[in-house]
Ligand binder design. Structure first.
Ligand code: SAH
Length: 211
């Protein structure tokens, strides 16, 4: 795409202006070709700040939300394994792949799972395992993770996912609260779960079963 470099540096500056401070995360976002994760017809909008449709009634999260969630999940000395629920087009997965040693990502819509698999393989993100399944069931391939990120909103924190967090692990998730949603950061400690309210957000609902 023409002027791609230009688009990307504007894109990064505007994320910085919106309050994203972690330069490692900004560098990672600058390096990933976001246009390859979205429908060809929408590619000219790849570096806009909107959530865009990715088919199957789902949306790719806005770049700000991807950067913000990545910033919240970042802990300099604890970037081993991460489980993502809601692969979607795989863009957040790609960002996680550059931040963590190992990434597992689960998607309940087969068409999206297959498309993300193709995109991520073509870009050589090879520390990623993609699973077609229901995130409410947790991950059957690996027992524990240092971090878990949900990109779809459940009504309550799924127990099976909480059980898969290592001690000192953290979980980032949008949760339904009345008519709206809030983003939370949970930290599992010896003394229990600490929950921090981050912001108002709007994600697609986390649905049960495969589609
Ligand atoms: N990070 C993705 C967000 C996609 S939207 C992106 O930027 O593309 C959220 C995704 O969560 C959708 O693809 C939806 O199908 C998926 N999802 C919803 N409920 C799920 C569940 N129970 N298990 C796995 N994926 C789920």
């Amino acid at each position: 795409m023409n002027n791609n470099k230009n688009f990307r540096s504007k894109f990064i500056n505007s994320l910085r202006n919106q309050g994203i401070k972690n330069e490692l995360i900004l560098d990672i976002l600058a390096a990933i070709p976001r246009e390859l994760f979205i429908e060809p017809a929408l590619r000219t909008r790849a570096y806009d700040h909107d959530a865009l449709p990715i088919g199957c009634n789902q949306t790719i999260s806005s770049p700000y939300i991807v950067a913000k969630m990545s910033e919240i999940i970042f802990e300099r000395d604890n970037m081993g394994s991460v489980l993502e629920i809601g692969t979607g087009c795989g863009y957040q997965t790609a960002v996680l792949s550059s931040l963590f040693n190992d990434v597992v990502s689960i998607e309940r819509i087969e068409a999206l799972h297959l498309r993300a698999k193709k995109t991520l393989a073509s870009l050589n993100f090879d520390n990623v395992t993609l699973i077609y399944g229901d995130g409410y069931e947790g991950c059957t391939k690996q027992s524990y993770f240092d971090a878990i990120i949900l990109t779809a909103a459940p009504k309550v924190i799924p127990d099976k996912l909480l059980n898969q967090l290592n001690e000192n692990g953290r979980m980032i998730l949008p949760l339904h609260a009345g008519g709206s949603q809030k983003l939370f950061r949970l930290k599992k400690t010896k003394n229990g779960i600490h929950k921090k309210d981050i912001d108002d957000v709007r994600f697609v609902p986390m649905l049960e079963g495969k589609a």
